[in-house]
Design a protein around this ligand. Sequence first.
Ligand SMILES: [Zn+2]
Length: 612
Amino acid sequence: MEKTSKTKKSKKKFYITTAIDYVNARPHIGHAYEKTLADAIARWHRLLGEEVWYLTGTDENAQKNAQVAKEKGIPIKKFIDANTAVFIELCKKLSISNDDFIRTTETRHIKVAQEIFKKVYDTGEIYKGKYEGLYCTGCEAYYTEKDLVNGKCPEHNRTPEIMSEETYFFKLSKYKEKLIKFISGYIIPESKKNEILSRLREEGLKDLCVARKNLDWGIDSPIDKKFKIYVWFDALINYYSGASGNWPADLHVVGKGINWFHSVIWPAMLMSAGIDLPKKLLVHGYLNLEGQKISKSLGNVIDPITLIDKYSSDSVRYSLLRCSVFEDSDYSENILIQRHNSELADNLGNLVSRVSALAEKYGIEKTDNKLLKKLKLKEIEKYMQNYELDRALNEIFAFIDVCNEYVQSNKPWETHDKKILYELVDSIKSIAILLSPFIPETSEKIAKLLGFDIKFENIEKQLSYRKIKKAEILFKKIDVEEKKEEKINKSEKIEGIIKMADLIKYDDFKKVELRVGTIKKAEDIEGADKLLKLEVDLGKETGKRTICAGIKKYYKKEDIIGKQIVVVVNLEPRKMRGLESQGMLLAAVSSDESSVILLSPDKKAESGWKVQ
Ligand SMILES: [Zn+2]
């Protein structure tokens, strides 16, 4: 494409990237967020008429991949291909408009990574030495004591190992002053820039290990075959090897956890190799699940593909893009449903369906659109330029509110005023164009319905007259109760989706004291046809307890004497048929309650043993 630059000279280029993802596990909602965020920015720049190149991809040379594949007993290439396919599927399902998808095991990348390594080596800035440090196998990175939280890796919450190895170093330390100068205009937002600047000033820079020995996975170092290129050095190069003539990048989009790599290591590598530097780095916040970091070890991972299948690409995109770009945000399935119902269905969907129905019935007549003057286009443009996408959305939805009020106050269903209806239809056109980076499928539907092209200049260009047809329902409201039931019924099938609201804290669970008991006596209770009075031995500590249990229909008294069961010991006593029941026993119950089976230890346990 670069060869035709003469004819395309007037078009501004915009090259945007996301971080490339580790493929040792399925994508989580954080991956979906970053890709969607970059996608909305890419689509915005296309809307402005720029020549956009949007690159995303996968980091496949990580030692971790080899490790996990080995654990699972799968050949590594097969393991990586299968996992990468899921990331590609995620891009498709989320309507991500990436122009290329780079995999760091591709020849085109390996070649470039080796070339750059060699180039830096030839300048004398890669040299052999010995390294000792604290190494996190999860991050595949060395940490200084200062980076650790309570002695543990902040990303993985595990203690790093002390490692010592023969290695090649890159003279990163040489670049401190140059980097300080460069970073001042590079990192967005300010707070993330200051973090890096103060760290650079306070700690300075040590030389960086860029090759590792004795690995069986990764890219061979071009200068010493016993060594592989350190995975971070190789991975960062993807932005250059996948640029297709568009280098330098105009914007790298990354999470705050890898700010240092992109602010310090990457520019220094490029400086050393004599390659142009990227223009901007956008460091976005993380998504939290009701206050907790989302991570596999916490078991609260949300599978974005399941979410898209359950709702829609646009609903997932919208709910993600409403999150703050620069701060950490709360996210959950409930939040998605809320935003879908109140903003997409009630505000936008309702406006489009009401106005299109009235326009079909009464027609429209072209007039000066005074309503559109209430759209704060300049502010929206400014927010988009500053990558404050959530704020741009606020403004667009504020205008949707204005339009809904306009319908309400002008009552076109009574007045049949064709001019009012024109203003509304024409305003919906502008809304749809502005929303196209966020919810592209919906915008397309509206464009087709009203007959306009999604182009920036059409925002203020008046819609020409045409016959309007009533819109199909754009967003069906999600019945929260129905969804909850679906979730309960399918809870085993819906892998990966866990709603925190349905969970209890570990500490809460710990409050429940469960013990093994042995049934010593079982008696009828006068007048009760369901209950049996049991005497249960719960060991020395707890002693004997009387428990009333509704198992008479399912068990014969004589059959359960001597049976071992599981008892909730610290339950408040309850009065039942005049008797005090001092605990509760656990049983498996079929959904229609036709079958009740007492839970027993698999082998003989002693009375009083704890169940945990
Ligand atoms: Zn780590």
